[in-house]
Design a protein around this ligand. Sequence first.
Ligand SMILES: C[S@@+](CC[C@H](N)C(=O)[O-])C[C@H]1O[C@@H](n2cnc3c(N)ncnc32)[C@H](O)[C@@H]1O
Length: 292
Amino acid sequence: MSKHMTPECYKVITKYVFDICGIVLGDDKHYLIEQRLTPVLPDLGCETFTDLAKKLNSGVTNFLTREKMLNAMTTNETSFFRDDHPYVAFRDKIMPDMLERVKQRKERPWQRRGPKVAMWSVAASTGQEPYSMAMVIADVVTAKGMGLVTMEDFGILGTDISSKVLARAMEGVYSSLEVARGLTPEMRNRHFLQDGSSYVVGEKLRKIVEFKAFNIQDPFTQIGSFDVIFCRNILIYFSDDAKRKILSQFFQILAPDGYLLLGSAENMYNLNSDFVTERYGATTIYKKPAPK
Ligand SMILES: C[S@@+](CC[C@H](N)C(=O)[O-])C[C@H]1O[C@@H](n2cnc3c(N)ncnc32)[C@H](O)[C@@H]1O
């Protein structure tokens, strides 16, 4: 039986993907879908795309079907210090501000429980982004913390919708190829332990990074409030309406003077005008202005 998709199947599958995670698959993604779903058809109890479309259309799909579809259809490409320049802005522009913030908040301990400065890596994928943020924090704290600011003053939440990538992020074990993408040997030796041909994220970083599953299409009511949000290379997959909703929720949950960084191919043009933009080198930083 043919494993190719009819236009009807294509419609059902792309609608299902949109409904579960907001990813918009245009009219030209037949190849991508076939390539990603063909290997998981047997796991889904299907022989053909027609079987799959019937299953998804029946409305009785279970949690496992959703997980398998999500794990197959999300694009999880990432690397340590991806694009580099946002991390320069984070280290040289945002972190000095965060050190001051920690010191100020320490003078008013009754105002906040938990870490003094909270950060969110929205689409953490296999963990390279939140661990890169943690490496910057560790290096800045060592160089400039002067015992007044410590690693424990920071907390990073890494979230993703895909259980498969989150499991890897929590494990924090990377191949030599993965660490070579973005890390110098010095950075690697400073922050990782070697285990055979793999590299394991060091305890210092692990202590401030936690992971949990979160669908960014869901309301942000339970997620908390943050001083810095990295939302990189995920908005590109969504509709303008979804982007507007997400950006306005970022604005709500950011602390006054909080920072948002988007991916290099993402911006807020025609989507949100609440944020103030600042350029730092090659990076656009979005800032929530403090009330006057
Ligand atoms: C291309 S990766 C970006 C990783 C990282 N932020 C970076 O820039 O290197 C996009 C991630 O977004 C996740 N994702 C897709 N839809 C999502 C949703 N609705 N909620 C949360 N995460 C989602 C995918 O699972 C994937 O791991």
